[in-house]
Ligand binder design. Structure first.
Ligand SMILES: *[C@@H]1O[C@H](CO)[C@@H](O)[C@H](O)[C@H]1NC(C)=O
Ligand SMILES: *[C@@H]1O[C@H](CO)[C@@H](O)[C@H](O)[C@H]1NC(C)=O
Length: 340
């Protein structure tokens, strides 16, 4: 139906472009008569008022103040920024006093939603899949997180109404604290080690003459932030070593830095080292022995690389029992917002 209407519009358009449509012109070919009839004032169309858009009469230069246009006139509608024509045709022609197909309305659209590596968004309008770039009233956008990610909110659908979504776009955050693999038990140097059992554990390596030595472990807080002990990255007095001598590895299983069997391991240099302000080195009995490392590259959340759970909204104080005496562990991290 629509395509046959469009065909009429296009035939008229081509004819118009060739100057065949005129009031006093009699079509010379019989097939033209199907579309072009004797016209009269009664067949004129009222020039439309397009809210949030405008129209042009095709082939007519000055269309500013037209009230009424003759039959056969073709009109092209364009909507303003942030508006799209519904239904989505932009051409219409004047046929026996009516615009045919009926003129579209310029509808306001909601800001575009795009799928990302972590987030997949699907838009539907009246149950039909549509683009999320130009959603109109009553369009639903459904968000899904990709593997190892979870939505920041419980509601995963957003509704477009009058140019705005009912709620902000949800974000997908890497899940934390979950083991991804069923540990396979292996025996290495007499000890049972289970691969993938602690996917938030990272390894810190330090450069030696040829290659790297494992010096410490650490915990992945987010894709670029690691908590470890301050003594791992400082000298006896608590002075930080040059960050360039370190490499961080995640998703590793075998100890040596570049063991080829560690398929899926990821490596990064260190961008920043932050030690506790009151860490004064091993000479002070390791008091405040904590450090936060920021890696140059973001680790990808995979089967073997996961972050641990942290509550950044609270300063956590834990009463712990150490060697028969009670102590308090205070823990608070300030993560730069650019990497949080
Ligand atoms: C994460 O994946 C991207 C894309 O495959 C890759 O370029 C990047 O190096 C990975 N990150 C790390 C730390 O290996
Ligand atoms: C440690 O804390 C527990 C629980 O608050 C208390 O019962 C115990 O007496 C404390 N021990 C010492 C050594 O203070």
């Amino acid at each position: 139906m629509l395509s046959s209407i469009n065909a009429v519009v296009w035939v008229s358009l081509i004819l118009g472009a060739h100057g065949f449509i005129g009031f006093n012109q009699t079509p010379t070919k019989p097939w033209l008569q199907r579309h072009i009839r004797e016209t009269s004032e009664a067949d004129n169309c009222i020039a439309p008022k397009i809210e949030n858009g405008k129209f042009n009469l095709l082939g007519v230069m000055e269309d500013a103040a037209v009230d009424s246009v003759p039959a056969g006139t073709i009109i092209s509608i364009s909507c303003g920024k942030g508006y799209i024509p519904i239904p989505d045709h932009t051409l219409s022609h004047c046929n026996a006093g009516q615009w045919s197909p009926p003129l579209p309305i310029c509808k306001q659209t909601c800001p575009a939603f795009k799928s990302t590596d972590d987030t997949e968004v699907t838009c539907r309008y009246l149950g039909r899949k549509v683009s999320c770039n130009a959603a109109i009233d009553h369009t639903q956008a459904e968000f899904k997180c990709n593997r190892y990610h979870r939505l920041s909110t419980t509601e995963n659908v957003r509704y477009c109404f009058e140019g705005t979504w009912n709620e902000e776009k949800p974000t997908c955050e890497p899940v934390c604290g979950e083991k991804r693999v069923h540990p396979e038990q292996l025996i290495i140097e007499g000890k049972i080690v289970e691969r993938g059992n602690y996917p938030w554990t990272i390894a810190i390596y330090k450069r030696k003459t040829n290659g790297y030595n494992l010096v410490c472990g650490g915990t992945l807080i987010n894709q670029r932030v690691i908590v470890t002990a301050a003594h791992c990255v400082t000298d006896k007095e608590g002075e930080k070593f040059d960050k360039a001598i370190y490499r961080i590895a995640a998703g590793k299983y075998y100890l040596s830095y570049d063991d080829p069997r560690d398929v899926g391991a990821e490596f990064s240099e260190i961008e920043e080292i932050h030690t506790h302000v009151d860490y004064k080195g091993t000479v002070y009995d390791y008091d405040n022995d904590i450090a936060v490392l920021v890696t140059k590259e973001a680790f990808n959340i995979t089967e073997f690389i996961q972050r641990v759970c942290m509550d950044f909204n609270q300063l956590s104080l834990y009463e712990v029992q150490l060697l028969g005496t009670n102590g308090t562990v205070a823990f608070s991290l300030k993560i730069p917002s650019s990497i949080a």
